[in-house]
Ligand binder design. Structure first.
Ligand code: NAP
Length: 354
């Protein structure tokens, strides 16, 4: 029944599909990012993969993907100083040179430190990392700087947030937020009044942020950036047991957290188990929709989420992902079916881990 209801609600979009004009290019919608005043695209762009650690990438294809994103109204790009050692930031600087369209870039700092310990998060280091990003991004001020999954203790050090306030005063950064691994880190971080955004993993296989954090974020008007919206590509439904990942693709070398937090690759779900769950999810995808669209639209159905930041390497992926922003909310029956599947297959595996 809900499939029919959804068909009726999405109206013209479905008809266009039936007429064979299926893959018209949607223009993404906007939401306000916390208290920043930035009106950003609900489906934005994650620029990790175009920088590195995801196998071979071709800069001309990456740039084509970035241009396509702007064409579709995507106006917010998430990168980090360590993605390809600045390569991702430099590609975004090039995009800025090549296009007049206004857009925002958020980058991250902290992961250049070695060892990666709380003591590294002091003003001088932060200032140095920011200066380097400013150079890569060819700009005078960073729109939004995020701490890049720092150790938990950093959230118990007010001086770190004082240093970020100082960088705002100096005009080096316009706003700041945090990218976190755990829900509790986010809850602690948003106690600092200067924190305007939280980035964390939120997808069909990682639902705990919706339990408490989202309500608190809404109360404090903190923006939420949902990363890994496709669970490293798993939720796009195109990976199989035979998919070969390159040696330098983290989906090859970090499946059990060997190089960085286990939760960052396939959201911490065992790959084979993930494939089985995807097969069950596939059965719930309404006619006329792709699994990637369902996964992204599900995220946007949460009011607290400002945007999803799917990583895309190719223009075709950007087009598919952007379409999700143009879809109506999923019907309640479908939400319930997705929750049931999560409860039965996923909750016990990961819910309490992050
Ligand atoms: N600690 C942090 O702060 C942190 C950590 C991780 C990510 N992030 C940010 O979050 C962003 C998103 O996360 P993510 O890139 O790790 O995971 P993701 O968005 O869940 O998955 C991205 C991968 O999925 C595949 N894909 C994307 N769109 C697709 C489509 N329409 N159809 C089929 N495949 C598609 C692509 O890989 P293939 O084509 O190779 O399959 C792509 O590289 C990153 O780019 C980064 O900006 C931040």
């Amino acid at each position: 029944m809900w499939e029919l209801a959804w068909e009726l609600r999405k109206g013209a979009f479905t008809k266009a599909k039936r007429r064979g004009t299926a893959f018209r290019e949607a223009q993404v919608k906007l939401r306000t990012l916390g208290r920043t005043g930035f009106e950003i695209s609900t489906v934005s762009f994650g620029a990790w993969a175009i920088g590195g650690t995801w196998g071979q990438v071709d800069d001309s294809e990456s740039l084509a993907a970035l241009h396509k994103a702007l064409d579709l109204g995507v106006n917010f790009f998430d990168t980090a100083d360590v993605y390809g050692d600045g390569h991702s930031e430099r590609l975004l600087a090039r995009l800025r040179r090549e296009r007049k369209d206004p857009f925002w870039i958020t980058t991250k700092a902290g992961r250049r430190s070695s060892p990666h310990v709380p003591d590294q998060y002091h003003y001088e280091n932060l200032r140095g990392w920011v200066e380097r990003s400013l150079k890569n991004l060819e700009t005078d001020a960073i729109d939004l700087l995020q701490l890049h999954c720092p150790p938990t203790d950093v959230y118990y050090r007010p001086d770190v947030f004082g240093a970020l306030d100082r960088l705002v005063k100096e005009g080096k950064i316009r706003h700041y937020g945090v990218s976190v691994e755990r829900v509790e880190e986010a809850l602690k971080a948003i106690e600092f009044p200067g924190v305007e955004s939280v980035q964390l993993i939120f997808n069909l296989l990682r639902r705990r942020p919706a339990d408490l954090l989202f309500q608190r974020a809404l109360e404090k008007r903190v923006g939420i950036l949902a990363r890994l919206p496709l669970s490293s590509g798993l939720l796009a439904g195109k990976l199989t047991a035979n998919t070969k990942f390159a040696n330098d693709d983290h989906r090859n070398f970090n499946r059990k957290g060997e190089a960085f937090d286990r939760g960052e690759t396939f959201s911490g779900i065992d790959y084979q188990v993930g494939l089985e769950i995807v097969e069950e999810l596939r059965r719930l995808v309404p006619e006329g929709m792709t699994l990637a669209e369902l996964a992204l639209r599900w995220i946007l159905d949460h009011e607290a989420v400002t945007c999803a930041i799917p990583g895309a390497k190719r223009p075709t992926q950007v087009v598919e992902n952007a379409r999700a922003a143009d879809l109506p909310p999923l019907p309640p029956e479908l939400h319930r079916a997705l929750e049931k599947l999560y409860d039965e297959r996923v909750r016990g595996l990961v819910h309490q881990l992050w």
